[in-house]
Design a binder for this molecule. Structure first.
Ligand code: PLP
Length: 431
């Protein structure tokens, strides 16, 4: 019988597809959006309830009492994340802006963010009129603690720890840096919903957390976001900011009454249709997480012991979500050749994705706000800060030297065997 071991051995010995050999797969393997892979009658049933009740607005029912999809989602999300409070908002970007407002960040303040992350992290700080200070990443793809320490100043108000590409940041190294300076911690968990660090759900260790539930994330209704915290004052400010300054009855009940005054705010309220889909999805989060971790484990086990192989650093491998397996190369040329050869095997490998190196974006290097005299760049250290490639050489270098396959929680054993076979075939010949 043709065993898995025979399959791997024969694949490893075969000529590469880029050299005219037979590819490992006949059709390209493609990772899909996680949340929608799990859609079934559960989401459908909750959506129909909203339609039948004619109650799409969370704070007023058609015929009386408040509907409960978003409110229940908030309770269940908070329970999953082991925080006291969770607030549903319209997107991860809205969640970041709400968290930044809850923390009272404004002109003259500095917020440390990773040089490689999603645009919204930078924009949320700038839209508050504060100054984003970019710190280098390390081989975890997350903040480099030594550079964070270097970038802290007397004006640093918040450290934004973004857990990128499913990998928990090294909270043991990062949290004390903030705590000893009285700097608040905002965790951005958008790319790692469901992951944990040493048994604690991401987002439960800082002062406040933001998460995206957009379609590329762990669970999704297409768009959506969450703000979560253990701090009642931050929660009340977040509730008020997300709803034009109000604190409506469901949130008053959670808090046991309002403690703060009305304040300036936006409208980032989640509607009941989104809440319906996300309520079904939060109840599937355990399953999505265990499926994606199982797929990742099969790949990690299959490539274990491959001579010379170096992977992305993982401060807590058991807590990683497993959205992709990333391999380190000594040069960009070798990395690019690896990607080319993997694509030819129909097992695509890609560079670290889902983010951009922000300091090299021309509008960021040019410090362009919404208005020519934007306070971020005209107050505090704004006029003197310099972005650009010279500010983040380590980040640029690391991102040029990693690549790997993206994973899908419903990849079959055959799919993950193909990933293992392709890596075992290609890596030794190009590294
Ligand atoms: C790290 C991070 N933060 C924030 C966001 C913004 O989320 P959204 O697209 O839901 O606004 C994203 C989205 O990709 C992200 O990856």
């Amino acid at each position: 019988m043709w065993s898995r071991r025979d399959f791997l051995a024969s694949a490893a010995a075969a000529p590469l597809a880029i050299d005219g050999g037979t590819p490992v797969r006949s059709t390209p393997l493609r990772a899909r959006h996680f949340g929608p892979l799990y859609y079934d009658n559960f989401e459908w049933g909750f959506l129909q309830e909203v339609l039948k009740a004619k109650s799409p607005f969370r704070f007023a029912g058609f015929n009386g009492p408040n509907p409960d999809k978003v409110a229940t989602l908030e309770r269940e999300f908070a329970a999953w994340m082991k925080t006291r409070y969770a607030l549903a908002v319209t997107s991860g970007t809205a969640a970041l802006e709400t968290a930044i407002a809850a923390l009272g960040v404004g002109p003259g303040d500095e917020v440390i963010i990773p040089a490689w992350t999603w645009y919204s992290c930078f924009h949320a700080v700038v839209r508050a009129g504060a100054l984003p200070v970019c710190a280098e990443i390390d081989e975890t793809f997350n903040l480099n603690p030594a550079d964070v320490e270097r970038k802290m100043s007397a004006r640093t108000k918040v450290l934004m720890i973004v857990h990128l590409q499913g990998n928990p940041a090294d909270m043991d190294a990062l949290l004390p840096l903030a705590r000893k300076r009285n700097v608040k911690v905002l965790e951005d968990v958008s790319q790692a919903v469901g992951a944990s660090f040493k048994g604690k759900p991401l987002g439960s260790m800082g002062d406040i957390a933001a998460a995206s539930l957009q379609v590329n994330k762990t669970i999704s209704a297409g768009e959506g976001g969450m703000v979560y915290t253990n701090d009642p004052a931050l929660y009340e400010r977040a509730c008020r900011f997300h709803d034009v300054g109000f604190l409506r009855s469901p949130h008053q009940e959670v808090l046991g009454g309002a403690k703060l005054e009305p304040m300036i705010g936006a409208n980032f309220r989640m509607n009941e249709f989104t809440g319906a889909v996300l309520l079904a999805q939060i109840r599937k989060l355990d399953r999505v997480v265990s499926d994606i971790r199982a797929a990742a484990r099969r790949v990690y086990n299959g490539i274990d012991g491959l001579p010379g192989l170096k992977l992305r650093k993982r401060p807590d491998p058991a807590g990683e979500l497993g959205v992709g397996v990333f391999i380190e190369f000594s040069t960009k040329q070798k990395r690019d050749l690896f990607m080319k050869a993997m694509n030819a095997e129909n097992v695509p490998a890609r560079p670290p994705g889902g983010s951009a190196v922000l300091p090299v974006q021309p509008y960021i290097e040019g410090k362009r706000g919404v208005h020519a005299n934007w306070p971020s760049f005209s107050t505090g250290r704004g006029p003197e800060i310099k972005y650009g490639a010279a500010s983040c050489p380590r980040t640029l270098d690391i991102l040029d030297r990693f690549a790997g396959p993206s994973l899908d929680p419903k990849f079959s054993e055959r799919d993950t065997d193909d990933i293992v076979a392709a890596i075992r075939k290609v890596y030794p010949k190009v590294a």
